[in-house]
Design a binder for this molecule. Structure first.
Ligand SMILES: *Cc1c(COP(=O)(O)O)cnc(C)c1O
Length: 332
């Protein structure tokens, strides 16, 4: 699979590290747990959107765009990485932030990703919860065009078949590391939201017959809805790659760790965040990777991930948002 035929810029410090988490594994007394550190992709505190942006910004530049337009929740890691990528490539960036999370802390709209967005010079509009945010962002693009700008629209989470190429690339990178280190993993677990990460991984891993099943831990959607959404993007991505489509039974998701909803950590999320901090010195986040790890931990405790397996957690980043959840973290 050759991704060099797609326009691309370099943003990621890769390969990202792949290492065992011995203290966590011993603490849980279950399978050997490893981690791939896509929290260390390098752009403005890192995270999974950076890989997607390599292909999205590549296409934006090819089309002669001068401003990136995207959307997300107020503490969107995707928005923050997009704004930083725009700075690095001499473009402006306009972001629409949805007030998706109810009952947040006082400084939720000031600190974390919001602070960094402002430092990178984004222009920001806010929206109430529940709108079609991609439609709102496309409307903002039309306004910018009327003003003579050349906007490039990036959907929420960078999750279309262009952005998903970033996680096809991650699948290839991971497979090379697995081969170099003579490893075999039984399952890859990660937090799944706007679907680009899982769709790219499944397209890449299945496309090269890596034999590594992926389990997405939902952060928002019910299971069936998430599986169908991920598979929809898998199909578009395989079509773009020119490889055969992949069966929907290769897409698996677990919605048991969403709690009350998007951006609302529950007891399991907070336990996972504190446990990873104290055993491994690794920072998870309250919206995504904390829920992903809560799912992994619960499957170890339930025995569905058995003692003789090797489980890989893909850390998708997000620790910048910890500062927006300070009180909740200190109370836990
Ligand atoms: C966006 C995000 C995810 C989910 O990735 P998708 O491609 O949107 O499914 C997971 N973790 C973090 C930290 C994120 O910012």
């Amino acid at each position: 699979m050759n991704l060099n035929r797609f326009p691309r810029v370099r943003l990621t410090h890769n390969p990202t590290p792949l290492h065992p988490m011995t203290r966590l594994s011993n603490h849980l007394g279950g399978p050997e747990i490893w981690i791939k550190r896509d929290d260390c992709t390098g752009l403005a505190t890192g995270g999974n959107k950076t890989r997607k942006l390599e292909f999205l910004v590549g296409e934006a530049l090819e089309q002669g765009a001068d401003i990136l337009v995207t959307q997300g929740a107020v503490q969107s890691n995707h928005a923050r990485q997009t704004v930083a990528a725009a700075c690095l490539h001499g473009m402006k960036c306009h972001i629409l932030l949805e007030r998706r999370v109810p009952d947040h802390e006082e400084n939720y709209e000031q600190t974390g990703n919001v602070l960094l967005n402002k430092m990178f010079g984004a222009t920001i509009e806010y929206r109430p919860a529940g709108l079609d945010m991609n439609a709102e962002a496309q409307e903002a693009c039309r306004k910018l065009e009327q003003e003579g700008a050349k906007p490039y629209f990036i959907p929420g989470g960078g999750s279309n078949e262009v952005g998903a190429l970033g996680y096809v690339e991650c699948a290839l990178e991971l497979n090379a590391q697995i081969n170099q280190q003579s490893l075999v993993f039984d399952r890859l677990v990660h937090a799944t939201g706007s679907t680009g990460t899982q769709a790219g991984l499944v397209a890449g891993l299945e496309g090269i017959h890596a034999g590594l099943p992926v389990l997405g831990i939902c952060v928002r959607n019910p299971r069936q809805k998430q599986i169908e959404a991920v598979h929809g993007l898998v199909s578009k991505t395989t079509h773009k790659l020119g490889i055969p489509d992949i069966d929907i039974d290769r897409v698996d998701a677990d919605d048991g760790y969403v709690g009350e909803g998007y951006g609302i950590p529950n007891e399991g999320t907070l336990e996972a965040i504190h446990l990873l901090a104290k055993t491994e010195g690794i920072l998870l986040d309250p919206v995504y990777s904390g829920k992903g790890m809560a799912g992994l931990i619960d499957h170890v405790r339930k025995g569905t991930f058995s003692k003789n397996e090797k489980i890989l957690f893909l850390h998708t980043g997000g620790s910048t948002a910890l500062f927006a959840y300070e009180k909740m973290l200190l109370d836990a």
